[in-house]
Design a protein around this ligand. Structure first.
Ligand code: FEO
Length: 631
């Protein structure tokens, strides 16, 4: 039986989930399964975006047949030829001989490598900025080499502002009934898996991901449809902000990740003591035993934490096997911009520390702490000072904000002793204390004659229950304040967490004196007082009739009787803090323009001012003549 889900009126998810797969790509454990997303656009011309892995081919075909309902696809867009998204291409070509495959030259080359069928009659080649009109929709194609393979491209539906992003913005984990990231607590339950997916699948190609992000800034994207994981239709800033950090190898968390390899527990013991000393200094820590934690989890954590301590025993005159594999993996995933300290152990010739430093010196922007620690079989009492010194050195390279005040050790009070005096709080006024109020956010609307207007406020509270009275404070410079002073009536639309940033732009970034803020809004929803309210992104509406007004210089304080109140949704109302964390776009970090050359064949980037004439691409083995300067 088919299992499809509607995304918009004419876009249907026809993918499938696999919860039996043990190792994705044969390397990455996926305890939560994985989804293979495929999308069907029903327009005058019908477009299928990618297919699925062979493991879920039958379910996909059932889904596709149901969504097609007897019609035939006109186009199959192949964004990425990795077989987990292209296993069904051959069967679809045989089933729909008139269907055109839309792809780029590199995709075509891989189609020929993976599959043996006549491509000449059915392939339609696209390049950067090419478009495809399907009726109501227009698709725009953009190349995204090495995100994750050289042939990858994305497409953008400029009609509904949907980005089909291939591997970008994907996530491990099957879709358990929910299709959209806002149907789950993504930040709490899935962000770690999104990071693990990113770091392990495309983490190596930060420069290429940055190039894609740069292209996307020119597009007005409302929805992102990746090939794995959830679709993003709300809070896109959450995942875009993470990609900006991950692709630039910027740590997300100031603190220390300790990865240790220990045969008989003595290296682990030193690592454990270091972790305790760091916590005593208020520094966040996380620990991994590299012999038991899958490498993909540790690589993901390395992309998150600012400081890394590697603690390893010496083994066969080298680095302990599991640690050696992890370090090689990290180097291959291009880890950079981290502060690193090393603890080595060995019973007769400890050398693992020097070897670890040597391997990591291949990475860019790694700062090694001078304070290293060398153990002979086990940590000795007299070496505790060295652990303290390492903890201090790590602490010195962390910002003050990364250090919580360490908890005071409770001391037994001597009989008759006086309680310790609590220092008096500072006497002066710290204005930032006001940010600790748990403000909400509201659209305040008014109507004067035929003129509708509204503004954003953060001060609306209930004062009394009987009678039901509220207060609002409004800046006197706002036109809405002037209108309420004149008419004595208003509505408060209580904003929900799903409210898009555009509402704040609409009501907060322009004046009703100059523009009609409701122009083109597509709704005309009015309460009994005839004043507009917001039907979407709103949890409830309260209408007020002014009972008292007080002039407080910059602001008017209105006390109002509630004349109407109704709930619109069961969503959480937005708070000021939530707005800053999830809705307001973060300014992009200023970027240093990288000098380098990009391979026209596979997208590999060689960083540096010069490209040697005899340079050979390490990925596709093409020569310097196939490279061009990064723009
Ligand atoms: Fe899920 Fe790079 O493919």
């Amino acid at each position: 039986m088919y299992c499809t889900k509607k995304i918009t009126d004419d876009l249907i998810w026809v993918g499938a989930n696999d919860r039996r797969l043990a190792m994705f790509e044969g390397v990455y454990s996926v305890p939560g399964g994985v989804s293979y997303n495929s999308y069907l656009l029903i327009d005058e011309k019908i477009v299928l975006f990618d297919t699925v892995d062979k493991a879920v081919h039958n379910r996909f075909i059932e889904n596709l047949d149901a969504a097609l309902a007897g019609r035939k696809p006109d186009y199959l867009v192949v964004h990425h030829m990795e077989p987990d998204h292209s296993a069904s291409v051959v069967e679809l070509v045989a089933k729909y001989p008139e269907m055109k495959i839309v792809c780029n030259e590199k995709v075509l080359a891989l189609i020929k490598q993976f599959n043996y069928f006549d491509t000449d009659s059915c392939v339609c080649i696209v390049a950067e900025n090419d478009t495809l009109d399907t009726g109501r929709h227009t698709l725009h194609f953009h190349m995204a080499p090495m995100v994750h393979w050289p042939e990858v491209m994305v497409s953008y539906d400029s009609t509904d502002k949907i980005l089909f992003s291939a591997d970008a913005f994907g996530c491990f984990g099957a879709l358990n009934g929910a299709l959209f990231s806002d149907e789950v607590d993504f930040n709490r339950d899935y962000m770690d898996e999104a990071r693990r997916y990113y770091a392990n699948i495309v983490g190596k190609y930060g420069t290429q991901v940055e190039a894609l992000l740069e292209k996307l800034t020119a597009l007005d994207i409302k929805t992102i449809c990746p090939l794995h994981g959830f679709i993003w239709r709300k809070n896109l800033g959450d995942i875009l902000a993470k990609y900006a950090l991950w692709s630039s190898y910027t740590p997300e968390t100031d603190g220390v990740m300790i990865a240790y390899a220990s045969v008989y527990g003595n290296t682990e013991n030193a690592a454990e003591i270091l972790a305790c000393k760091l916590r005593d200094r208020g520094i966040k820590t996380v620990m991994f035993d590299v012999s038991v934690t899958p490498a993909s989890d540790i690589i993901s954590a390395a992309f998150k934490w600012s400081h890394i301590v590697f603690a390893s025993t010496t083994y066969n005159a080298g680095i302990f096997v599991a640690m050696e594999a992890l370090i090689s993996d990290l180097v291959e995933h291009n880890i950079q911009n981290r502060t690193v300290a090393v603890i080595e152990n060995g019973s007769w010739a400890p050398v693992s520390g020097e070897l670890i430093r040597g391997k990591l010196s291949e990475c860019r922007d790694i700062t090694f702490l001078d304070k290293a620690l060398s153990l002979l079989s086990s940590l000795k009492l007299e070496q505790l000072e060295e652990i303290d010194a390492m903890a201090d050195a790590l602490g010195e390279t962390l910002p003050q904000s990364a250090k919580a005040a360490p908890l005071a050790q409770p001391a037994a009070a001597a009989p008759g002793a006086k309680a310790e005096e609590v220092p008096a709080p500072p006497a002066e006024i710290d204005p930032t204390t006001a940010f600790k109020f748990s403000y909400g956010l509201f659209v305040l609307t008014a109507r004067d004659g035929e003129k509708d207007n509204g503004c954003i406020i953060n001060t609306a509270i209930q004062i009394t229950e009987k009678p039901f009275r509220i207060s609002i404070a409004v800046n006197k410079a706002n036109f809405t304040c002037e209108m309420i002073s004149k008419t004595g009536e208003f509505n408060v639309s209580i904003l929900a967490e799903s409210v898009p940033f555009s509402v704040f732009q609409q009501f907060g970034f322009q004046s009703g004196r100059n523009v009609d803020k409701f122009d083109g809004c597509g709704y005309d929803t009015r309460a009994a007082n005839g004043i507009m309210y917001l039907p979407d992104g709103t949890t409830g509406v309260i209408s007020g009739k002014v009972a008292d007004a007080y002039d407080y210089g910059t602001h008017m304080l209105f006390i109002a009787d509630v004349t109407q109140a109704f709930v619109l949704s069961s969503e959480m109302s937005v708070t000021y803090q939530y707005y800053f964390a999830h809705i307001k776009p973060k300014p992009p970090a200023p970027k240093e323009k990288k000098a380098g050359y990009v391979c026209r064949i596979c997208g590999y980037v060689h960083e540096g001012d010069e490209l040697p004439e005899d340079f050979i691409c390490p990925l596709c083995k093409h020569g310097a003549e196939d490279f061009e300067k990064l723009q």
